[in-house]
Structures are given as structure tokens and as C-alpha cells.
Design a protein around this ligand. Structure first.
Ligand SMILES: Cc1cc2nc3c(=O)[nH]c(=O)nc-3n(C[C@H](O)[C@H](O)[C@H](O)COP(=O)(O)OP(=O)(O)OC[C@H]3O[C@@H](n4cnc5c(N)ncnc54)[C@H](O)[C@@H]3O)c2cc1C
Length: 361
């Protein structure tokens, strides 16, 4: 029996893959899938490796991106392949339905409380009763504060961005605005031509950054959301004996953009493959997930070293037609090729590429 804690997209996807070879049960503390929403729902087209092109959760597709420097000047790009904006509840429900179709048993309103003698303790939030259930494998897909990681004693050295977001009624031109800054980033992402998702993720002073950003996007606030976004730590322990962590619970999030959905789904795929073929989960991660997360982390560290003037200069330099062309032909995940393209597109940009590259080794 494989027991998964957390029916987020990563837990549900892992369940659907594992159900092909194992009996799987998922425990989720909320009463339904996909709520509350704490996400901007912006994804690159890599999501189609996990998700059909025909689906009902993609709300918008956006080709135009502006990257703002501290001096408020921006770099405008037109991506060859648009980013997708999804309805997170519908998105999560897709993975839930896939798992259900494969026979996974879901237990909603059940909270994981701890581990005792190879059994998990779960509390039925309706009756208030706690049960102990035996497991062969336990998977923590239980988000950034992973109670499973804590119960297993492997929740150590975690750092987080604090994410705050507002959904705002505001007419817009269907452009993604991105505001990288020291120790964080801000965004305004169009859900459609009259609704924006505006937010900030920062390790320090998120509320101040958010208040400043909101002044640029005045409109009626429909909802406010917030949550923690883990900072990837390649040294974090993600397995202890027959207990495994995936998704946010393992800290698998891109440090440049806060994107955790695609790396999380990838980790679920790697774990399912490892359990099916009795292979090392960690080796699979090192080969197939860590290189891109690590590159993002290094990029984040390099970005944090930039002064405001360097940021402004970088945006200015990138505004050359050749550099813009190089940037457009990649997606936000292709950091390595971005650096090489930057370095080769304009000699003055090489210093940024080299600065980053030096920090890769
Ligand atoms: C403001 C904000 C904006 C974001 N925007 C984006 C974005 O645009 N694109 C992107 O890719 N990522 C984004 N992210 C990150 C993304 O939301 C996460 O990476 C993603 O949700 C991770 O999925 P998961 O299944 O690992 O965890 P989660 O979605 O957090 O699911 C974990 C589940 O575990 C359950 N759980 C927790 N504890 C227990 C317990 N004790 N017992 C039972 N169940 C439990 C929770 O209720 C939850 O349902 C954003 C995050 C924030 C905070």
C-alpha cells in the first residue's frame, strides 16, 4: 500500500502514475480538491508533457512579456511559444480525476498527524477521531511546510519566499509584467483582458514590495491570496527509508520565478519510475530534475548580487534587437541556453553571462 499525504497537483499526479502498479490511498485535510487557491497559475508549455492540450483549465495564453528594471524602464519581449495561465482549481481537478479513474482511494477532511510504528496517524476532521493506518511507502506531497517531512525528522534548513497576491479587476493589454529584484520578484499576469493577478514573492519585506507594486495596478481587488514558496536546497534530504517527499514538500521550486508546478510534477514522475523499477529516487532527481533547479538557484543568487544600477544596465543592454531575439526563442525554464545566447548576442552582455556561469562551477 502506498500512502500519499496531500491532494495537490503533485500528490494527485503521483497517485495516478503509481496506481498502475500499486494500491494507492491519498489523505487530504481539505474537504475538496484545488481550494483554497494560492497560486498565479502561470506555466510554460512544458506543462503539455503532463497535461493534454485540450482541457478546460487554460484561461489565457500570453506571448508578450515586459521585464522591468528598478529605474522603471522595461524590456519588451514576444515569446515564440506563449505562457499559459490556468484556473488552478480546474487544473488540480484534472489530476485528481485521472487518479480516481485509475482506482486511487481519496480520503478528504483527513489530516496527517504523525508517524508511529510504521503507521500513519490521521485525524478525521468530521468525527474528530484519529486512526492509525499501516503503510509500505509514505509520500509527502503535503506542501511547503510538509508535516510528513517534519514527522520523519527531515524538515531541516528550509528557506521560503513569502508570496502575496491580489486578483484585481483592471482592463489590460494581455501582457505579463515581471519585476525581478534583490531577494524576490513581482508580477502582473493577465487572467483575461479585465482581470490581473498581481503579486510579489520575497524573502524580506514582501508587504512593502507588494504595496509598492499595487500602486501601479490600481483597480478593484476581488481576492487576496498568500502562501509560502520554498527556496530549492539541493542539500535537503528528500527521502528517509520508505518515506519520500515530492513537489513543494521537497522544495522543488524554480528560485527565479517561484514556479513549482512543473518541477513538482517531474518529481512525481521520477518517484513513480523509481518505485516501479526499484531504482534510487535521489539518483533520478540528480539526473533529471536537479540540473535545472540548480541552474535557477545559481541564477537567483547571481541576481541577488546585482546592484540596482546593474539591473537597470542589464535591461538596457538586453534591449538590443539581437539580444531580444535570443531571449524570445527560449522559455523561462531554459536558463543555461539563455546565458549562452546572451553571451554570444552582444559582447557587453557577456559579463552577465560570465558572472552567472562562474557561479555555476
Ligand atoms: C502566491 C503564489 C503564487 C504561485 N504561482 C505559481 C505559478 O504561477 N506557477 C507555478 O508553477 N507555481 C506557482 N506557485 C507555486 C505552486 O503553487 C506550488 O509549487 C504547487 O502548488 C505545489 O504543488 P504540491 O502539490 O506540491 O503542493 P500543494 O499544492 O501545496 O498541495 C499540498 C496539499 O497537501 C495538503 N496538506 C498539507 N498538510 C496536510 C496534512 N497534515 N494532512 C493532509 N493534507 C495536508 C494541503 O491541503 C494541500 O492540498 C505559487 C505559489 C504561491 C504561494
Amino acid at each position: 500500500m502506498i500512502t500519499i499525504i496531500g491532494a495537490g497537483p503533485v500528490g494527485c499526479y503521483a497517485a495516478s502514475l503509481l496506481a498502475e502498479d500499486f494500491e494507492v490511498a491519498v489523505f487530504e485535510e481539505h474537504s475538496q480538491v484545488g481550494l483554497p487557491v494560492q497560486c498565479t497559475g502561470i506555466l510554460t508549455q512544458e506543462i503539455y508533457d503532463y497535461f493534454p492540450r485540450r482541457n478546460n483549465s487554460v484561461l489565457n495564453q500570453v506571448n508578450n512579456v515586459r521585464i522591468f528594471a528598478p529605474d522603471k524602464k522595461s524590456l519588451k519581449l514576444q515569446l515564440e511559444k506563449p505562457d499559459l495561465i490556468v484556473d488552478r482549481q480546474k487544473f488540480d481537478t484534472y489530476f485528481y480525476n485521472q487518479a480516481r479513474k485509475k482506482g486511487v482511494k481519496f480520503y478528504f477532511s483527513y489530516r496527517f498527524m504523525g508517524i508511529k510504528d510504521s503507521k500513519i496517524l490521521v485525524k478525521d476532521l468530521n468525527s474528530g477521531k484519529t486512526k492509525s493506518i499501516k503503510f509500505d511507502y509514505l509520500i509527502g506531497a503535503d506542501g511547503p511546510l510538509s508535516p510528513v517531512a517534519k514527522a520523519a525528522g527531515i524538515f531541516k534548513n528550509r528557506k521560503f519566499f513569502i508570496g502575496v497576491q491580489a486578483v484585481i479587476k483592471k482592463k489590460n493589454s494581455n501582457i505579463i509584467d515581471f519585476y525581478p529584484f534583490k531577494h524576490g520578484f513581482g508580477w502582473a499576469v493577465p487572467e483575461n483582458k479585465s482581470i490581473l493577478r498581481v503579486g510579489v514573492a520575497a524573502t524580506t519585506n514582501p508587504k512593502e514590495h507588494f504595496a509598492r507594486l499595487l500602486k501601479r495596478y490600481k483597480g478593484k481587488i476581488v481576492t487576496r491570496q498568500g502562501g509560502l514558496i520554498p527556496v530549492f536546497n539541493p542539500a535537503a534530504i528528500v527521502r528517509k527509508a520508505n518515506i519520500f517527499l515530492i513537489g513543494d514538500a521537497a522544495g522543488f521550486v524554480k528560485a527565479t520565478t517561484g514556479g513549482g508546478i512543473i518541477p513538482g510534477l517531474r518529481s512525481a514522475q521520477i518517484l513513480a519510475h523509481s518505485l516501479k523499477y526499484n531504482l534510487s529516487y535521489e539518483a533520478g532527481l540528480y539526473l533529471h530534475l536537479y540540473p535545472s533547479l540548480w541552474a535557477n538557484l545559481k541564477m537567483r543568487k547571481a541576481m541577488d548580487d546585482f546592484s540596482e544600477q546593474e539591473w537597470s544596465q542589464l535591461v538596457k543592454d538586453l534591449n538590443s534587437a539581437k539580444a531580444r531575439k535570443a531571449l524570445q526563442s527560449i522559455n523561462r525554464d531554459e536558463i543555461f541556453s539563455l546565458l549562452f545566447k546572451l553571451g554570444s548576442s552582444k559582447p557587453s552582455l557577456a559579463k552577465y553571462g560570465l558572472k552567472h556561469l562562474r557561479s555555476f562551477f
